[in-house]
Design a protein around this ligand. Structure first.
Ligand code: AMP
Ligand code: MG
Length: 528
């Protein structure tokens, strides 16, 4: 099969939402070269991955040879950026080239990023550089391996062209796969223009694509808002539990699908500190680690505002009581968010603590207090977030040495460990008495009667990663690729990130925290 025939497109957005995009064309690339091809993802999408490799794949993924059935469009969207509203953003350096349906029947957007100017480029060149696009591969694949909903990279092709940022950098095009590119900002675009007709069509489209069960809800717009609030609550809780800092949670970077999108200035936390910010443009710390739940709720409130004309019954715009009711309904959804987030966060923390059956106590839940006190300890003693949790699993298996070694004053940890062990014992009792709402006892592996301690340690190692994308390793890999054309470090790091749960001594260098001085100076950029 030729690579250009490898996709079977069904372009619902282009077909059903005229007026919500502008047609575009990828810029030609002088010298395409394939830097990365995600073969497993290609296969999952039902594509012929062999046909997508080599020079023909390079030409395709650099934008020179559009696949048959592609219909490149730049999507319109608006967005609140750092709190200020921009009514006109849109895909300034991206093109949705089409949608494919995977082996499970799921629909995915296939989009280029860095493929040149579009109707929405404003002053920008529409291009992207090799480093930031490979960064998106690494972080997206890491998030996927961590079980966190995310857009993913299908390919990166170098264009052979230089792009100008502070200096000349090698150019590249990323091919991104997303369950859709609908954003909070997509709704804001039409709301800001009082275009209720397109807003309605967008709502119908979003529901059909992401929440078909809501089509018959009494108030579909409200129901979608609630569904997005639930997905974002679960997503941000997962971010928090692995120490992920998105860095630019503008409303145009928040999806309706609940997937993480736009890996620009994101980074993972090292020593635990809720005020951690890495983004060079986030001067006020608006998108600091600890602010992310609040910001997600703030963004949802902007979605609620955009959807308000649709929450209001038709022809009731002048009916004051109806407007009040609609606002109250939308407000109730936004106000439900902290509880949704808290439930998701706490469930994640319980798993990380190795508590599997202990009943949840309403009010002051001892498991929640224990998690809070653990994080306070990590904070006070500047302990690495990832290794702190990971080595707690060793302690569960009976070896406290690794977790104690993370503390300059291990005695400070002792009272907390005593409380944790008491809750673990209560959890074991709940397991053997068949109690607990959430889980069933882990089954011992064949030939081995797992002790509760080992079963707990194993369960903890399946939720507390050993390997995350460490900032110094990411930078090292990108520098080698971008400055020396050496993809070795990128490929080795990628392989490590794809198995975050197993302690493989051969991968120890990827599990080590960065030197503290480096983390203190570390700054990330939007990659624009
Ligand atoms: P981002 O920070 O990547 O979420 O982008 C914010 C907005 O700026 C979006 O509308 C992008 O399409 C646009 N943008 C970012 N970089 C460029 C570029 N190099 N050329 C044109 N538009 C861009
Ligand atoms: Mg963006």
């Amino acid at each position: 099969m030729t690579p250009t025939a490898a996709f079977r497109f069904d372009n619902s957005y282009a077909r059903e939402l005229p007026g919500c995009y502008a047609a575009g064309r990828p810029a030609p690339a002088p010298e395409p070269r394939l830097l990365f091809l995600n073969r497993t993802l290609a296969q999952a999408l039902g594509l012929d991955d062999d046909a997508l490799d080599g020079p023909a794949g390079a030409a395709l993924f650099a934008g020179n040879a559009l696949p048959e059935g592609a219909q490149p469009i730049a999507q319109a969207y608006a967005g609140h950026q750092f709190g200020g509203f921009s009514p006109q953003l849109g895909d300034g350096r991206a093109l949705l080239i089409g949608e494919v349906i995977d082996r499970q029947g799921q629909r995915h957007d296939i989009a280029f990023k860095g493929s040149g100017r579009t109707a929405y480029s404003r002053g920008g060149d529409g291009k992207a550089a090799v480093g930031p696009m490979l960064r998106e591969v690494l972080i997206g694949e890491a998030m996927h391996a961590l079980g966190i909903p995310t857009t993913r990279a299908l390919a990166v092709a170098a264009t052979g062209e230089q792009v100008w940022r502070e200096r000349a950098l090698p150019g590249a095009v990323l091919t991104r796969v997303a369950s859709s590119h609908l954003r909070v900002g997509t709704f804001q675009y039409f709301a800001a223009r009082d275009d209720t007709e397109r807003l309605q069509r967008l709502l119908d489209y979003a529901i059909a694509r992401h929440d078909p069960a809501l089509a018959d809800a009494p108030q579909p717009a409200l129901a979608l808002l609630q569904a997005v609030a639930g997905r974002q609550a679960r997503l941000v809780a997962q971010w928090m539990n692995v120490g992920f800092i998105h860095g630019v949670m503008n409303t145009d970077n928040m999806t309706i699908s609940g997937e993480t999108i736009d890996y620009g200035p994101c980074a993972f936390m090292e020593a635990y500190d809720p005020e951690t910010v890495f983004s060079s443009i986030d001067h006020q710390g608006r998108y600091a680690y600890g602010n992310q739940p609040r910001i997600a709720q703030w963004n949802l409130a902007r979605l609620a505002e955009a959807l308000l004309p649709l929450i209001l019954p038709q022809d009731h715009a002048d009916d004051e009581a109806a407007v009040e009711r609609a606002v109250a309904d939308a407000t109730a959804v936004i106000e439900s968010y902290p509880r949704l987030f808290d439930t998701a966060l706490r469930a994640g923390q319980r798993a990380k603590l190795g508590l599997r059956a202990l009943p949840v106590v309403t009010g002051e839940d001892p498991a929640a207090t224990l998690a809070d006190d653990w994080l306070a300890l990590l904070h006070r003693h500047q302990v690495d977030h990832t290794l702190g949790w990971r080595h707690l699993a060793d302690a569960a298996a009976g070896d406290e040495t690794p977790v104690r070694a993370l503390f300059s004053d291990p005695a400070a940890l002792q009272p907390w460990l005593v409380r944790w062990r008491a809750l673990c014992a209560a959890d074991d009792t709940a397991i053997t008495s068949g109690g607990g709402a959430s889980s069933t006892p882990a089954t011992p592996a064949a030939g081995e009667q797992a002790s509760p301690a080992h079963a707990r340690a194993e369960a903890m190692r399946a939720v507390n990663p050993w390997i995350i994308p460490r900032n110094h390793r990411v930078e090292e890999a990108l520098a080698a690729a971008s400055e020396h054309g050496d993809l070795g470090p990128f490929e080795r790091l990628l392989a490590a990130l794809r198995q975050p749960w197993t302690t493989d001594p051969a991968l120890a260098r990827y599990a080590e925290p960065a030197p503290r001085e480096l983390t203190e100076r570390y700054r990330t950029f939007c990659g624009t």
